[in-house]
Design a protein around this ligand. Structure first.
Ligand code: MV4
Length: 456
């Protein structure tokens, strides 16, 4: 096992990783920007090193500075959390060069899955269902028109270097495609430094369902069921649940097996997630692979009773998986609400500032992953996630009742948060029945906004 892990992150996930390290018996090093001198992760780690000014680009994204902090403190591993350097192949390589274990997959796998066309081709070869479309990159408008007429409109243009909703364009007619192809290439080049595009059939009302994977260095790979992540706005997830209201045991087994086969084909050896699009008929297609621990990992933890961060650390330290697929079973239903420092009545505008009154919900089946405390100043420089409220109950109906109760107990004063928005969303007929897709949130937003104005 490692003797000391440096956590190259901040906020709730840095704290989550520190907690796992403490329970395993591994020393921790926090890195922090000058803005975060009194942040929870800085205080609760065994040691902390200042790595630069508030801007992420000069601190939490400063690769050389973070490696130097690991060397100075004698850390033998780096946990990147999510965001920042978590899916940066160059950083994983730098760690390897310096003899520090990057807690995640290899740089090679990160790079492969980072190129969305290569990732898709790799999954297709492994027998994972993929959306009909071009074989890899489409270089010219003529080729794009030919592929589109083969698969039929509407189609979607995706940048190979995009992902997470970035660099996509829906095209509904031949004329549309002619008008947009050159522009989409130029835009991809400007955004990602890579103009390459590929084409897919556009799935109209999909759900976003992802499979959690866990793998070690010895070819053992298991899945921990799915998460339903269709409640999103501008590709930012707001609510996630496990299991999905539309996945039964048979479908779970099929999706799980596909995800494991995909991971096996790239010798995957850490925690990871395969995202699927599911059409209204229940067909599922590979979308992307996330080569990191995700924000929404707790819903899986709550229904499987597996600590994904500990498992990730054990796997990185070269231990064999402690759990077999046959030992994974799902118990109950978990739902997570992302509490952001944003004003839901004002297009989710960031709302940094001082928290001058705080009360966290508690009681049976409640988990709150957060770094905030009373009198904490939410900085304007970083992601607006300030807490994750996770509830678990015997079934989905009870989980929603518990979530209503917990949201009512949750008090955050001094800044605007997404709490009132969550109260609205979870009481809509669509959410209650589980009959929603990835467009649901955008569709109800205007109605929700009006309701929010009358919220206390
Ligand atoms: C799609 C799609 C429909 N058809 N691909 C969005 C994020 C990126 N991972 C891929 N995305 C989509 N790809 C095809 N062929 C619809 C989306 C999409 C979406 C997917 C998941 C969650 C929310 C979404 C919102 C809009 C579009």
């Amino acid at each position: 096992m490692f003797s000391k892990i440096l956590i190259a992150n901040r906020g709730e996930i840095a704290l989550r990783i520190i907690r796992a390290c403490k329970e395993i018996g591994v020393k921790t090093v926090a890195v922090y920007s000058t803005q975060d001198e009194t942040a929870s992760h800085t205080i609760f780690a065994d040691e902390s090193v200042c790595i630069g000014p508030p801007e992420s680009s000069k601190s939490y994204l400063n690769k050389a500075q973070i490696i130097a902090a690991a060397e100075i403190t004698g850390a033998d591993a780096i946990h990147p959390g999510y965001g920042f350097l978590a899916e940066n192949a160059e950083f994983a390589e730098m760690c390897a060069t310096c003899g520090i274990t990057f807690i995640g997959p290899t740089a090679e796998v990160i790079r492969k899955m980072g190129d969305k066309a290569v990732a898709k081709e790799t999954m297709k070869k492994a027998g994972v269902p993929v959306v009909p479309g071009s074989d890899g990159v489409v270089d010219t408008e003529e080729e794009a028109l030919r592929v589109a007429s083969e698969i039929g409109y509407p189609v979607i243009l995706k940048a190979v270097a995009g992902g997470g909703g970035k660099g996509m364009r829906i095209v509904r007619t031949e004329q549309d495609l002619s008008n947009n192809f050159i522009m989409a290439r130029a835009e991809a080049d400007a955004s990602f430094g890579n103009p390459d595009l590929y084409i897919e059939k556009y799935i109209e009302s999909p759900r976003h369902i992802e499979i959690q994977l866990l793998a070690d260095n010895y070819g053992n790979i298991i899945h921990l069921g799915e998460r339903e992540c269709s409640i999103q706005r501008r590709h930012q997830k707001l609510i996630e649940e496990a299991p999905s209201p539309v996945v039964n045991a048979q479908l779970r087994k099929k999706m799980g097996a596909a995800a494991v086969a995909g991971a096996r084909s790239v010798n995957y050896n850490s925690v990871g997630t395969i995202e699927f699009l599911m059409d209204p008929e229940g067909n599922f297609y590979f979308m992307e692979m996330n080569t990191r621990i995700q924000v929404e990992h707790p819903v899986t933890e709550m229904v499987t009773n597996v600590d994904l961060i500990k498992e990730q650390i054990w796997a990185a330290a070269g231990e064999k998986l402690r759990i077999k697929q046959s030992e994974i079973s799902l118990r109950g239903h978990a739902i997570e609400c992302r509490i952001n420092a944003e004003d839901p009545a004002n297009n989710f505008m960031p709302s940094p500032g001082m928290i001058n009154n705080l009360h966290l919900p508690g009681g049976p089946g409640i988990r709150v992953d957060t770094h905030i405390y009373n009198s904490y100043q939410v900085p304007p420089f970083y992601d607006s996630l300030i807490a994750k409220l996770i509830v678990v109950a015997r079934n989905r109906v009870e989980a929603i009742r518990r979530l209503n109760r917990a949201l009512d107990e949750f008090v955050v004063e001094g800044i605007k948060t997404t709490i009132p928005f969550h109260k609205f969303v979870i009481n809509t007929p669509e959410f209650k029945s589980g009959e929603y897709d990835t467009h649901f949130l955008e569709e109800i937003y205007d109605t929700a906004k009006e309701e929010l104005v009358v919220e206390p």
